[in-house]
Design a binder for this molecule. Structure first.
Ligand code: NI
Length: 198
């Protein structure tokens, strides 16, 4: 075997190994999802609502939850998304009674019960605003696979802002994940996406 030929063979073996690793990892992901029979988003939580009452995920059983994570000091993305949710809920008409809109803060330090109470009033009626201890908030964000991170921002109140993912989740009456709506989803598309399940 020439040196060139040997290198070619070694490269071919390496390529096969990489393909195998890729295949196995892809396959494992598929099997994980299949074994559970659902996408693993959401789960148990214990938080405090805008009236100061402790609530858990079980308090929402029997209704759909339309869940969004953000923070009240968010200058643009959160208010826009909450307005979209408000418009989508209005679009659902009387069927909106089957859906509880929920806003969960990723900034419990500034988003106290009082702050949440004032904030949710700017949006749709019935919007539930949830906050909690930093541990409770980190826990619920993790179950929903929501990323958030404090970022130094000298122009902002308190000297920081929050980077966070911006996804609206529709959870079923049994508490399980049903659907998600990414950034750029119009209120009409969101309403259409929700209506399918009502
Ligand atoms: Ni935001």
């Amino acid at each position: 075997m020439t040196k060139t030929r040997l290198i070619t063979v070694l490269l071919a073996v390496l390529a096969l190994l990489l393909a195998g690793v890729w295949y196995l990892s892809e396959n494992r992901n598929t099997q994980d999802a299949g074994a559970q029979g659902e996408v693993l988003i959401g789960g148990p939580f214990r938080l405090v609502d805008e009236s100061g009452k402790t609530v858990t995920d079980e308090d929402f059983r029997g209704k759909f939850m339309l869940v969004y994570f953000g923070y009240t000091y968010c200058p643009d993305v959160c208010p826009t998304e909450l307005q979209n949710m408000t418009a989508a809920m209005a679009d659902l008409g009387s069927k909106a009674s089957q859906v509880v809109p929920v806003f969960i803060t990723v900034d419990p330090e500034r988003d106290t019960v009082q702050v949440m109470s004032d904030y949710v009033k700017h949006f749709m009626p019935g919007l539930v605003g949830l906050t909690g201890t930093p541990e409770q908030v980190a826990s619920v964000a993790k179950t929903y696979r929501v990323f958030f991170q404090k970022v130094t921002d000298e122009g902002a109140t308190g000297g920081y802002s929050m980077d966070h993912s911006s996804i609206v989740y529709l959870m079923g009456p049994d508490g399980r994940f049903v659907e998600h709506f990414g950034p750029g989803t119009t209120p009409q598309q969101m309403a259409e996406g929700i209506r399918k399940y009502l």
